[in-house]
Ligand binder design. Structure first.
Ligand code: GAL
Length: 821
């Protein structure tokens, strides 16, 4: 009942050779590495995906203590990309053919006790493998290496193989029950099972549920499933025996997106009064159901609002430890205000999903794959992947849907009948979905999940359910939108970045309007490295609402304003007219979750924009067009009548947007009325335009925006010419600690003006240097891109104080203090 992590002390070579499996091989010349490990560190962009494709070798010496005698030793790899063979002391003991699911090898009789043993892993990260997701092109890099945790579980001969916790819920949480399938291996008579439960957040003791549950023959009447007969009371059965055990737990607190209460179920095996094994499973009581008209959580309809997430990071690909996995979940929930995520296009780290459980972030997870379906051998592997995915992830409260179709693949009923059956057999509690890009395709799943790329900026945000699904009686969910329809770089020109944001709002609003769409997942959370066949030619797909370092683009604010916890105020423009063709400002938007925003020009109040001023009808908070630069200044400052001021204001505001030469006819009619009635002439008009709108050749204006909530200013944004560049560094945590492996801190870096506004065209180099027991991941000179970038700091196994200094030719250096405990 002990877990020994094996993340440290590995030796690595990019070239596997058979010699590496020999116990006596002298590996002193190989590289020292720790896990998670990427087989190749890569540049941020502009590199060839061939770089990480190789057959590499990992070796680790493990001393097996004598006390492991008669123990069951289970060696688990949480994630190895992509095809692995595991050898112990030269003998092949296991293999696995999926880079995104875990595998366990029973090495009980493979280790020589009291001696050093050698584990060798041959890792093939070639994309030519005949396993998912390979076979054709893929719009994401698949990186290689042993990139998740490795550990040995030391168990007795009789042990708990698996526990699957399901729940039964009565109304309002009363009379709830746990229904658990407990699989015990090596069972013999006299062993019983005890289960206890506690609420996870509280410092509660485990409450023993019912009496001890006899797991031997006497318990057979309670067992609903048993795939192994115990013929002799004393003889151990080496197969797995599965019990379905139901316990009433009474009134419980539900797991919800706002209050994600988690419980723990402890299952113990007892033999002659001693606990010989135990397993603690974290779970939640919740009822997550898709109906014809949408998604319901605990009886309440909830519109799913999520983004797609890849599991990649700059430089190290997939290889990031717990803290970084968790950070992404925190960003999705707390910075972007989402209630859901789709783990496109494969199962992702349990650390990430654990955090989704804790935060109340709903998860749609799916089997690995991208558009291509291979031959029968490939399909058999895909079915194995479904089984592994469901078995390995089914206790997570946050997971609400299994994706059992290869993302965007064609119909293949025979294949998908098998993937559906595999998921349903292992988890009767969750529906299946499967992401397609075709309308009216064959629906073998419970939910029609579809990538809707209808929106092009001009038309409606998404199709209606009736236009897409083949079965109106089944639930319907949008699994992707936007993405390649409008790639956007942080350094794109301002109107492009604003359009990107508006397109996200357009889709969200339309989804909100469609009662029978369960919700949607936008493409995607952040930019990612992709193959030569996709992206912008630099091996980056710029589809994120954040950049690769998780710095927000403007579009991120469209999501962030949907939450109420933190005040958000973003103005889509820097208010520099020279950024726009003809100096015409185009459409400028206010994005806020406040009640209203007051705009001041050179400290003079112009207008208060209210949440209701938005043209969007279905979102609680949505972009508001900044359509007035004048307010009542004409009436008051120029002594005009209300009518005259209103007409003139409309003309000037429209001129600010589209330019004098592109004014619509209605504005010319108004202008003629002003000439006729008030004897205004062109010189007056130009003079007023310059005074109130500002134009090429005029002096720049200072703007201030105050976001107001419940009568108080909750956030202020200034727009005024910058005088100085500042470096801002946002570190996710400064106290790092090594638990089961190294820790990493993410540093998001922005160049700002004195008011905290990102300098969107600051693409300059910055230098990074560290002191103390840490190291940088990636280069020590990086260029910001659109004023944004970042770095990562990794611990080295030592404790103490460390520092990161970020310097630039133009800004004062910033130093971050770090403690490694
Ligand atoms: C989809 C695909 C995603 C991504 C996206 C870009 O077709 O499922 O993986 O490539 O397009 O918009």
């Amino acid at each position: 009942m002990e877990r020994v992590y094996l993340n440290d002390d590995w030796k690595f070579t990019e070239e596997f050779s058979e010699k590496l499996i020999e116990k006596t091989y002298d590996d002193s010349g190989l590289l020292d590495v720790r896990l998670p490990h990427t087989c190749k560190e890569v540049p941020l962009h502009y590199f060839d995906e061939k770089e990480y494709q190789m057959v590499s070798g990992y070796r680790r010496v493990i001393h097996a203590p004598k006390k492991w005698k008669e123990k069951t030793l289970l060696l688990t790899f949480e994630g190895v990309a992509h095809d692995s063979r595991v050898y112990i002391n030269g003998e092949l003991v296991g293999e696995h053919h999926c880079g995104y699911t875990a595998f366990t090898v029973d090495i009980s009789d493979k280790l020589i006790l009291g001696e050093s043993n050698v584990i060798t892993v041959r890792v093939d990260s070639n994309e030519s493998l005949n396993i998912p997701p390979f076979g054709f092109v893929i719009d994401y890099m698949t990186f290689g290496g042993i990139y998740r945790d490795v550990y040995i579980d030391v168990k007795n001969a009789i042990y708990i193989d698996d526990v699957f916790v399901m729940t039964k819920l009565a109304k309002a949480g009363a009379n709830s029950a746990t229904v658990s399938e407990v699989a015990v291996r090596g069972l013999k008579a006299g062993v019983s099972i005890r289960q206890s439960v506690r609420k996870k957040s509280a410092d509660e003791e485990f409450q023993v549920l019912d009496e001890d549950y006899p797991a031997d023959m006497n318990g057979a009447e309670k067992a609903e499933k048993a795939d192994c007969e115990i013929s002799n009371e004393n003889a151990a059965c080496d197969k797995t025996r599965t019990y379905t055990i139901t316990h009433n737990t009474g009134k419980v607190d539900l797991w919800d997106v706002d209050n994600p209460v988690l419980y723990e179920l402890k299952t113990e095996l007892i033999y002659r009064g001693k606990v010989i094994d135990e397993k603690i499973i974290t779970f939640g009581y919740r009822k997550a159901v898709f109906h014809e008209d949408g998604f319901y959580l605990n009886g309440k309809k909830l519109k799913i609002r999520g983004l797609n997430r890849h599991q990649s990071y700059p430089y190290v690909g997939y290889a990031m430890p717990e803290s970084m996995q968790k950070m992404d979940a925190d960003i999705l929930k707390n910075e972007l205000g989402l209630n859901a995520v789709r783990t496109s296009h494969y199962p992702q780290s349990h650390h990430f999903i654990d955090r989704c459980d804790e935060l109340g972030l709903l998860v749609f997870t799916e089997l690995p794959g991208w558009q291509h379906i291979g031959d029968e051998a490939w399909k058999l592997q895909a079915i194995e992947n479904v089984k592994d995915m469901v078995k390995q992830y089914r206790n997570h409260a946050s997971i609400i849907l299994w994706g059992v179709r290869i993302n965007e693949s064609v119909d293949d009923d025979e294949f998908y009948e098998r993937t559906n059956a595999a998921a349903r057999a292992l988890d009767p509690t969750r529906p299946t979905g499967g992401v397609r890009c075709y309308k009216n395709s064959n629906l073998l799943e419970d939910v029609y999940t579809y990538n809707d790329f209808l929106h092009n900026g001009k038309n409606k945000g998404c199709d209606k359910k009736t236009a897409v699904t083949s079965d109106m009686s089944k639930p319907y969910l949008i699994s992707e939108y936007n993405g390649h329809m409008y790639p956007t770089k942080p350094f794109d020109w301002e109107e492009h970045r604003a359009e990107h944001a508006i397109r996200h709002a357009n889709v969200l609003d339309e989804v909100a309007a469609q009662e029978d769409i369960a919700g949607s997942f936008g493409w995607c959370m952040f930019d990612y490295n992709t193959h030569k066949d996709f992206g912008s030619g630099d091996r980056i797909c710029y589809h994120g609402v954040m950049d690769m370092f998780r710095n927000p683009k403007l579009a991120a604010a469209v999501y962030a304003i949907q939450q109420e916890e933190k005040p958000v105020l973003e103005i889509s423009s820097s208010m520099d007219i020279g950024e726009h063709p003809g100096c015409n400002r185009g459409d400028i938007y206010i994005l806020t979750n406040a009640d209203s925003v007051k705009m001041y020009k050179n400290d003079k109040f112009i207008k208060e924009f209210f949440a209701e001023d938005t043209k969007y009808e279905n979102l609680k908070h949505a972009p508001i067009l900044l359509d007035d630069y004048i307010g009542d200044a004409l009436e008051i400052g120029e002594n005009m009548s209300h009518r005259q001021a209103e007409d003139l204001k409309q003309i000037l505001n429209e001129a600010a947007r589209v330019g004098i030469n592109s004014l619509p006819r209605t504005m010319y009619l108004k202008a003629m009325r002003l000439v006729a009635r008030y004897h205004m002439n062109m010189t007056d008009a130009v003079e007023l335009y310059n005074r109130y709108i500002g134009d090429w050749g005029g002096s720049s204006t200072v703007y201030r925006f105050d976001a107001i909530k419940d009568g108080e200013v909750v956030k202020t944004v200034y727009r005024q010419p910058m005088k100085k560049v500042y470096i801002k560094a946002d570190v996710d945590h400064t106290e790092l600690s090594e638990k089961n492996t190294y820790d990493v801190a993410a540093v998001r870096i922005t160049a700002t003006d004195e008011y905290g506004n990102t300098l969107s065209f600051f693409n300059d180099p910055i230098c990074l240097s560290v002191e103390g027991p840490v190291e940088l991941i990636g280069p020590d000179i990086v260029c910001l891109s659109g004023g944004m970038g970042g770095t990562y700091i990794r611990t080295t196994g030592k404790t103490g104080k460390a520092e990161l200094t970020i310097s630039s030719a133009q800004a004062e250096a910033v130093t971050i203090d770090i403690t490694i405990i």
